[in-house]
Every structure is written in structure tokens, then in C-alpha cells.
Design a protein around this ligand. Structure first.
Ligand code: HEC
Length: 148
């Protein structure tokens, strides 16, 4: 009886850990999608698809900074080798080259922080968006893998 209890408890705990990892994968995916959404707001303005709007710029930069500052927390050890359903997943290098990955995250946070103080008009947005985009690409080059 006692033994059965322990086995059952262990099994339950195991399920809990798996569910937590799946939740984390979903959370991480949402954060990555938020990066895309905010980047598109800025990109569309730089291309003249939408008119320059300081309020929208500020909101997008706040959103990017929020994710940037917490970036390493979106990739805990528990989701290593877990693949989300989307088109991309994280390379295992996120965990095996952790210091470099975190350096990319720090660079991303830095350029977004700078953009927050510098972007005042379309020209400055164009300059700063290039720096932000380079930070996205610089990290993806090594740490993001295309699924198909
Ligand atoms: C420090 C590294 C890093 C930076 C900086 C970064 N990303 Fe990513 N990104 C990743 C990793 C790792 C993944 C794969 C994990 C995943 O898709 O859950 C990813 C996935 C994505 C995805 C795919 C999500 C999906 O639906 O599968 C998009 C879109 C994305 N990033 C956009 C951006 C944009 C836009 C920026 C810049 C504004 C950015 N990322 C900056 C590391 C980064």
C-alpha cells in the first residue's frame, strides 16, 4: 500500500515535470512571436507601408525590451531538445554554448535600450531598426534551427 503510494506519487510528479516543460515551450514560442509582431510594426514603418507613429514605436520597443531582458529565462535546461510545433526550434547550442547565447541576448537588450532613447523620427528609426534586426539575425544564425 505504502509502496504503491510512492510509485503513484512519482508518476504524478513525472507528469507534472513534462507538463511544465510543455508549458515553457509554449511560453517561449509566444515570446518569440511577440518579437516578430513588434519587429514587423517597426519594419513596416521603415518601408513606408505605415506612417511613422511614435506611440506605436515606443510600444513596440517596450515589448522587445521586455523579451530581451528575460531572454535566457525563456530557454531553461528543462526545454532542451523539446521542439515546438512551429517552423523553428532552438539549437542545442543554446545550452552547450550558453555564455555566447547569453551574450547575444545581452546585445539584443542593449540595442533595443539604445533605440528607446534614440528613435525620434523615421530616419533614426531606420538606423536603429537595422541594429535591432542585426541582433535578431546574429542570434538566429547560430541558435535557431528551421524545422522543415
Ligand atoms: C539571443 C538570441 C535571439 C535573439 C536576439 C532573437 N531570437 Fe528569435 N529565436 C531565437 C531562438 C533560439 C528561436 C527558436 C526557439 C523557438 O522558436 O521557440 C527563435 C525563434 C524565433 C521565431 C520563430 C517562432 C516560431 O513561431 O517558431 C521568430 C519569428 C523570431 N525568433 C523572431 C525574432 C525577432 C524578430 C528578433 C529580433 C527583434 C529575434 N527573434 C531575436 C533566438 C533569438
Amino acid at each position: 500500500m505504502f509502496r504503491t503510494g510512492i510509485v503513484a506519487a512519482t508518476l504524478l510528479l513525472g507528469v507534472g515535470v513534462v507538463a511544465a516543460a510543455e508549458d515553457q515551450v509554449a511560453l517561449t514560442q509566444t515570446a518569440m512571436k511577440s518579437n516578430l509582431k513588434n519587429a514587423i510594426v517597426l519594419y513596416d514603418m521603415t518601408k513606408g507601408k505605415t506612417t511613422y507613429d511614435q506611440t506605436a514605436v515606443d510600444a513596440a520597443l517596450v515589448g522587445l525590451e521586455d523579451v530581451a531582458k528575460r531572454f535566457p529565462s525563456f530557454f531553461p535546461e528543462s526545454i532542451k531538445d523539446k521542439r515546438p510545433k512551429g517552423d523553428y526550434y532552438a539549437s542545442t547550442k543554446v545550452w552547450t554554448q550558453r555564455a555566447d547565447f547569453e551574450a547575444h541576448a545581452a546585445t539584443f537588450a542593449k540595442v533595443v535600450g539604445e533605440a528607446k532613447t534614440k528613435v525620434k523620427d523615421l530616419d533614426s528609426l531606420k538606423t536603429e531598426f537595422t541594429a535591432i534586426n542585426d541582433a535578431c539575425l546574429g542570434c538566429h544564425e547560430t541558435y535557431r534551427v528551421k524545422a522543415h
